[in-house]
Design a protein around this ligand. Structure first.
Ligand code: C5P
Length: 306
């Protein structure tokens, strides 16, 4: 077998509590991650060198050099295994690029799973999680999928119990936002207002809503400390969020560092109606529906190259 294709989901943060800036430039977080049904696909083919090609939605905005997170993941895995393996990666993108939905992290996680299999390494999840944490704060969750709470930089994960399925609408914006700039803007706003960052804590009401599968209660608890910073950097998001509330979303928030906005619906049909209303309001480049939680990276095809 010399070709493996892995499908990997996007995430939305249900709670993102940002603590004080640490000495290493990161923030301590409580980060409730939730994997949703928007998928990238990464195909890994055995080759002598390392290369990556990106196709699909906004592919031109993804680097195809050593900055690509999937290539960095493949290199880190080869280094861990102590061998100079080769691979050609093809990423088919549907997750918005620099959209606050961890698309790059998802591709890195998919590359780890695909190369682990392609190279016959058989490394356990535990090892992959360790390698993932060195690539980026959101990569460990991208390996896990489902719904989980992350602490530390977001890389120390505990899976959460969730009942049923939640239905979402995502408003995709034109262009992305840099995660580092949004965190920096969050620090700047806190300094300007004299607000001291509290030690981040998970919302018990949010965890209870997830356990109960209670969309209404979950909608009321959605919270993102990065939202004021993302809105400050992209003023049009305020209108997008308002439009969701006006059209009956149970809750709305900026996803991660944005600029994608997420809206929780009561049901699949309500999500369809809400999406149509948001399209009509003209507050986004594109509006899509999805559900969560969904599992993490899944091998969808194994083949011998023909
Ligand atoms: O870990 P990752 O490379 O995805 O993080 C991108 C940037 O986001 C970091 O360089 C940092 O500025 C910011 N960040 C942070 N605190 C975290 C995670 C990310 O300040 N917990």
């Amino acid at each position: 077998m010399n070709r493996v294709t892995v499908r990997v989901p996007a995430k939305v943060n249900l709670q993102l509590a940002v603590g004080p800036l640490r000495d290493d430039g990161y923030h301590d977080l409580v980060n409730v991650f939730h994997a949703v049904s928007i998928f990238d696909e990464v195909t890994a083919t055995a080759e002598t060198g390392m290369s990556v090609r990106v196709e699909g939605d906004s592919a031109d905005q993804v680097p195809e050099d050593g900055d690509n997170l999937a290539i960095r993941a493949a290199l880190a895995l080869a280094r861990h295994a102590g061998r100079s393996y080769g691979v050609s990666l093809v990423i088919h993108k549907a997750i918005p690029v620099a959209g606050g939905m961890a698309g790059g992290s998802a591709d890195a996680a998919a590359a780890l799973v695909a190369c682990n299999e392609l190279w016959g390494l058989g490394l356990p999840q535990e090892d992959l999680l360790e390698i993932a944490a060195d690539i980026g704060s959101d990569v460990p969750f991208a390996l896990l999928g489902g719904t989980a709470v992350g602490t530390g930089r977001g890389e120390r994960l505990t899976s959460l119990e969730v009942s049923g399925t939640f239905h979402w609408v995502f408003a995709l914006a034109d262009g992305g936002l840099s995660t580092a700039s949004v965190y920096a803007e969050c620090d700047r706003l806190r300094e300007a207002t004299g607000e001291r960052a509290a030690w981040p804590r998970a919302s018990e009401a949010l965890l209870a809503a997830l356990r109960a599968g209670d969309a209404k209660a979950l909608g009321a608890e959605l919270a993102n400390d990065l939202q004021p910073a993302a809105v400050m950097l992209r003023r049009s998001l305020a209108r997008t969020l308002d439009a969701g509330r006006e059209h009956g979303a149970l809750g709305s928030l900026v996803s991660g560092s944005g600029p994608t906005c997420a809206f929780l619906a009561e049901s699949e049909s309500h999500a369809g109606e809400l999406a149509a209303a948001l399209r009509g309001a003209g507050v986004a480049r594109e509006v899509i529906t999805a559900h969560g939680p969904v599992p993490g990276p899944t091998v969808v095809q194994r083949a011998d190259r023909t």
